[in-house]
Design a protein around this ligand. Structure first.
Ligand code: ADP
Ligand code: MG
Length: 400
């Protein structure tokens, strides 16, 4: 896969697909981490004299079209302002995706200038399942530039026009963020240093069962906490009270636990059982064999934290996705904190993936340097670790 260093960009129009899908409160950006993550690519291309047109999505506009915009669909305009602040020079904003305003902005850019197109998902064709519809939009986007750079790691698992179809039409390369993320994912799947320990948590097992199944063939240990642990405990025959359980997954989880071979699967031995889903709910730690029927588990217990820390102590490689409990409530953040702490002491490669997991380590005030890598793309990382081909990555790897 080519990187931007392999492209001759001076004086040329470059379409950059980035992931600028930041959380907004009205029109103010509450976390600009995704913008900052793609800045090295933007500044490098601009410094080398590219005429840079950035394309990105924001949220999931429904019935998406320009009407969604006038109806208050999420506009990228605030992101253009923030991008300009980080860059130290104004960023021109095109009020549409591939229409007259986009063409006008593209035409006005001088060498080293940066412009941003409006939310690409305002075009229904962006996410269309119809190849012809997507390609028609891709042709209009490709007409705005001579070269394409893919740096939107968080969108690489989407077969969308700006991610999958445009790189087939223009000479292209991967941006620095994509190269860095993919290099880490390769380390996690090709010849990882052992023991390789995977920690999974979070809310829904249905999101992650395929990851467990595939990583079971690669990793040495898989530690399971968070809400998803209750479906595993239920499959093992434990009572789980009113905890989060996905009834329709119990059978499949049970079959996986019974399958011989593969990584050791380590389940919690105690849980923090609360009277309800609330920050101030009464709670006590109980062994998993004595879970009260009227309670719900909102965190792993201390014995489990210690068990997991022991399983992590000698790790050569760690991948962690999903909080161990409802860390948003301080009373139920101890398990997530303990696991983060244990991982921060591992000298080998340690990778944190997933939007909420990254938010958790920031909220619990671990410095970024406590881990080797914090991934910007939860869904894309997980699909890669499931062993799936990411359409956007395949498109960047293909010749053009
Ligand atoms: P990520 O975004 O890192 O992939 P998920 O989206 O899968 O993580 O899950 C994060 C959510 O899981 C958090 O909001 C957290 O509150 C929730 N969660 C963790 N443990 C529990 C639990 N025991 N019961 C209910 N929700 C939980
Ligand atoms: Mg999440």
């Amino acid at each position: 896969m080519r990187g931007i260093a392999d492209l001759d960009v001076g004086g040329r129009a470059v379409l950059l697909r980035a992931d600028l899908n930041v959380p907004l409160d009205g029109t103010s950006i509450t976390d600009d981490g995704r913008i900052k993550a793609t800045m090295p690519t933007i500044t490098d291309l601009a410094r080398r004299g590219a005429r840079l047109l950035v394309c990105a999505h924001l949220g999931r506009p429904k019935g998406a079209d320009y009407a969604a915009r006038s109806a208050g669909g999420p506009s990228l305009r605030p992101v253009a302002d923030r991008l300009g602040e980080l860059l130290g020079r104004p960023v021109r904003f095109a009020a549409n995706v591939a229409g007259p305003s986009a063409a006008a902005v593209a035409g006005e850019l001088s060498d080293g200038d940066v412009g941003l197109l409006e939310n690409v998902r305002f075009e229904p064709a962006e996410t269309s399942k119809d190849d012809g519809e997507r390609r028609e939009l891709a042709r209009r986007l490709a007409a705005l530039a001579e070269l394409y750079v893919g740096d939107g790691f968080g969108a690489l698992h989407r077969k969308h026009a700006s991610v999958y179809d445009v790189p087939a039409l223009l000479p292209h390369a991967a941006g620095n963020l994509v190269l860095a993320e993919v290099a880490v994912l390769r380390q996690l799947t090709e010849d990882p240093k052992r023991p390789y320990v995977v920690v999974l948590g979070g809310a829904k097992i249905s999101d992650k069962l395929a990851v467990v199944a595939n990583l079971r063939t690669i990793a040495d240990r898989i530690l399971i906490g968070g809400g998803m642990a209750f479906t595993f405990l239920a499959a093992r025959g434990y009572g789980v009270g009113r905890s989060l359980v996905e009834q329709d997954m119990i059978g499949e989880v049970g079959r996986m636990l019974d399958e011989p071979g593969g990584a050791e699967i380590v389940l919690p031995v105690d849980m923090v059982a609360a009277t309800g889903f609330a920050a101030d709910a009464d709670h006590e730690t109980v062994p998993v064999s004595e879970f009260p029927p009227d309670r719900m588990g909102l965190d792993i217990g201390v014995a489990t934290s210690n068990l997991f820390a022991g399983k992590l102590a000698d790790a050569g490689t760690v991948f962690w996705n999903g909080p161990m409990g409802v860390f948003e409530f301080p009373a139920f953040a101890a398990g997530t904190r303990a696991v983060a702490e244990a991982i921060s002491h591992v000298p080998g490669l340690t990778v944190v993936g997933g939007g909420d997991s990254a938010a958790a380590v920031r909220k619990l005030q671990f410095p970024e340097s406590a881990f080797s890598h914090i991934s910007t793309g939860g869904g894309a990382s997980l699909e890669y670790l499931e062993g799936k081909t990411l359409p956007g990555l395949a498109a960047l790897e293909a010749d053009k």
